[in-house]
Design a protein around this ligand. Structure first.
Ligand code: 2U9
Length: 360
């Protein structure tokens, strides 16, 4: 009996010293395997007389149970330690800064859209969006654009097949974001102050025109709105966007079916070392279209033009981005060339804010 308890201590010491799963397995085979030491002793019980077998058998079972339990406990603790080591080696610190391993960039169009949203939010404008597949009522008729207007022609507008028309309305890819303002005026009570940024489509393609481009339009509807509100808003926007304090805007009379009076807006610029800078008055760059919302447009949306007036403006986002960030070829905007994106793209962490600056 005391032999067995000494043997048990020996096995338990060896098991405690086993440093890996293979060592534990070797000990299991040596003790409890087919020809293992304890198995041999158990086999020898058969040769004993019944009385002695009973006593020796009980003692051997205690030994076998103790060794077996120690083996599986050691195996479990080695496996747990191995898992801990693996998890520690594979751990990722998600709080570490992304840079310098920056791969993706924010496209300049998205960056400028974020800048515009930030500038106009500060002036009390909400961002409104709407469908890119529109119908000719929201895109043309409600905007006082007559059936005969050239913009409605096939060569300017991407129409869906005539068979898809519903209730006499023909589907098309919106040619401007103005239908978003129409939908807002029809679904919300004035006063309204919104900008509508987004993709627009025109059947046009050359070095300065792509069939899809981006616009932002603004709309204010309230009582007593006049050209002074329009002028102040556009000046404030241009100063904030180009980060210049001293800028001159030139309002040139123009014509749009949806505004009356209408004005095209030029920004004063000057040449500095071969590049055109915003500010100064040595040359003029046309950047915006604008005007007072036509009373017929206000009526088409179910509002009384005697009570409600408004101003609106439209500007090409891609062109704004080119002017601010110095790209020369519009087509490169939509090539998806990662070298171009790496050069002109923005860090996802450099979110534009008015307090932090809306510039690069
Ligand atoms: C409603 C009423 C009036 C939006 C306007 C312009 C003038 C304009 C062009 C600028 C460059 C389009 O991207 S561009 O080619 N836009 O000149 N847009 S006023 O007027 C509206 C819009 C909606 C309900």
């Amino acid at each position: 009996m005391s032999d067995l308890s000494a043997e048990q201590s020996e096995w338990l010491a060896k098991i405690a010293a086993a440093s890996d799963a293979a060592a534990v397995e070797a000990l299991r085979v040596a003790a409890l395997g087919k020809s293992g030491a304890i198995t041999q002793k158990l086999k020898a019980l058969g040769q004993m007389d019944p009385e002695a077998r009973k006593v020796a058998g009980a003692a051997l079972n205690v030994l076998r149970e103790a060794v077996s339990a120690a083996l599986s406990a050691r195996k479990d603790s080695l496996e747990a330690a191995e898992l801990d080591a693996k998890l520690a080696a594979e751990a990722v610190d998600v709080t570490l800064p992304v840079e310098p391993a920056r791969l993706g960039t924010v496209h300049p169009v998205s960056q400028v859209m974020d800048e515009l949203a930030e500038i106009f939010a500060d002036l009390g404008f909400a961002v409104a969006t709407g469908p890119e597949i529109e119908d000719d009522w929201h895109n043309f008729t409600a905007l006082n654009i007559p059936e005969s207007h050239p913009a409605r022609a096939m060569h300017d507008t991407f129409y869906f097949p005539e068979q898809l028309a519903k209730e006499g309305r023909r589907f098309l890819l919106r040619t401007h974001t103005s239908p978003v303002q129409i939908r807002t005026m029809m679904s919300q009570e004035p006063p309204i102050r919104i900008i509508a940024p987004g993709r627009v489509y025109r059947s046009d393609s050359d070095a300065t025109h792509t069939p899809m481009f981006h616009q932002v339009e603004g709309l204010v509807i309230d009582r007593g709105i006049h050209m002074g509100h329009l002028k102040w808003t556009l000046e404030t926007f241009i100063k904030a966007f180009f980060e210049v304090d001293d800028v001159t805007l030139r309002f040139r009379p123009s014509y749009f079916p949806f505004t009356e009076p209408s004005a095209e807006v030029d920004v004063g610029c000057s040449w500095e070392g071969g590049t055109l800078k915003i500010g100064g008055e040595s040359s003029w760059l046309e950047i915006l279209g604008s005007g007072m919302v036509h009373p017929r447009v206000i009526s088409a949306c179910g509002l009384d033009p005697e009570e409600w007036q408004g101003f609106a403006f439209g500007v090409g986002i891609d062109r704004l981005a080119m002017l601010k960030y110095g790209m020369t070829d519009l087509r490169a905007f939509f090539d998806g060339d990662v070298r171009w994106l790496k050069h002109y793209g923005f860090s996802p962490l450099a979110v534009p804010t008015l307090s932090g600056g809306v510039g690069a």
